[in-house]
Design a binder for this molecule. Sequence first.
Ligand code: SIN
Length: 183
Amino acid sequence: MTTTTTAAGESIWLFGYGSLIYKVDFPYLERRRARLQGWARRFWQGSHDHRGTPEAPGRVVTLVAEPGAVCVGMAYRVTPAVFAHLDHREKNGYRRIAADFRFDDGSEVRGVVYVAAPGNEAYLGPADEEAIARHIAGARGPSGANRDYLLALAEALRELGSDDAHVFGIEDVLRRIGDGTTD
Ligand code: SIN
């Protein structure tokens, strides 16, 4: 296993599984598709500052520990300086935690991932796909419509070859209820 550290001049791997896959507004040294074992991507986190407001939060993804689950995402090798920007971007309930993830060639690396744990100030928790899709269809925040977050993530996951039943199930409902087109 390769271990990177956060010492000055070094680099660290970051695993992205939500907007960090498709909205890459930070410099990186390298990026590779990766898999995180034992975690599932779920639209269980509220968003007060990007895809909703404190009064009307949107729904965005977090990771939930689930034995046997595999979350496909994009890993970026970044310098520690990048976390000043990313910690601000992910400030609404996410914490950086250490995680081991695996690249397509089978090699494993220890890096970090942003997880919004139950009990954080914006946490919403589980709901069924229909309810989540209706919630997303009606939410909007400073970063834009919540539906655009979902649709961009679904598209990015298709490009990564990820078969994420939760995300695609919510996308199907959103498109069925007629609010799934981007403007
Ligand atoms: C991530 O993408 O890794 C964290 C969640 C998000 O910003 O959507």
